[in-house]
Design a protein. Sequence first.
Length: 364
Amino acid sequence: MHQKDQRPRKLVWPLQAMPLARFMSVSYALLIVYVSLNPFDFDFRNGVSVWAWIDAPLPRFITLFDVSVNVLAYIPFGFLLVFAAYPRWRNFVALGLAISLSAVLAFSVESLQSWLPTRIPSQMDWWANVFGGLLGGLLAIPLGPQWLSGSAIRRRFDQWFGLNWGACALFLLFPWSQIYPQSSWLGTGVWGHAIFGSIDWGTTVVNHVAQETLITALCWLGVALLLSLGLRPKAPQWKILNGLLLFTVAIKTLFTALQFGGEFGFIWFTAGALWGMVLGITSLWWALKLSQKTKFWLALICLLSATIAINILPDNPYFILTLRHWYQGRLLHFNELMQWVSVVWLPIALIWMVRNVTEFKSQH
């Protein structure tokens, strides 16, 4: 008599909440408030009613860019809210919650903008925000319990980072440090003359392709080795790190198109950027085979060398010319925030390295 196979046909995932999604939802809401209300110079005596925008006529000039940005800004918020609502509220109940909270947040922001001299609240912005929350919720609804409960995400990051949350945070923050326009691709650590002083290069001729190639290769090799120190030894480090680079390229292209216009989305993708990435990726394949101690010192040397080169060597004149195409009014306050991220990422990463230096040296 043959015994039936008692193995379950379908794996049942626990219906558990995902605290990280709730934290990220609140954090993203605060980011929206910051970007929408910055610089917070409220004028409560301007004589404008806080509700005046509700029945006000639509603005005379409505651009596709403004509508698109208002929609895109709320897609992640709606997406995260569906995760945050699980398992208490699911499916279309969670979708309704995402739409409602998006509407409330957008309504609050638009109303507060009535007291900001540099802002013009409108129904069009509010409807675009609500539509973005709807799209984000619809993107999250089809995901199964293993994603909505965070089980798949937690398992994946546990396989990659273990309990090393510092490295995980640096990993997730790195692509956003590259959004602000920089003279050299991946050139983190632009501190200008405040530290290194002003250097007059006179008529000295510098090969800017070779310069950007060197800086890009050093930056990527240094950043990748730094992040590899926080990855588990058995994790597919080369694939993970180059996946991060690919995602960074996609993020850079998207936001460059928003900043400079769709036709200039790849204006940053120069010959120096290309060859720098090729050299950095090739070098990384060899460097990941080194010991933790050696990778620590090599990452430190690469990052310090790149930082000195970025701040001492002259800016690429072709990069300066491309800034003429930059619409300074687009994503103004978001760009200010991303500039701050690009400045602080490297110091925070170096502090993390120094704090864990004993652990790295003890590993072989």
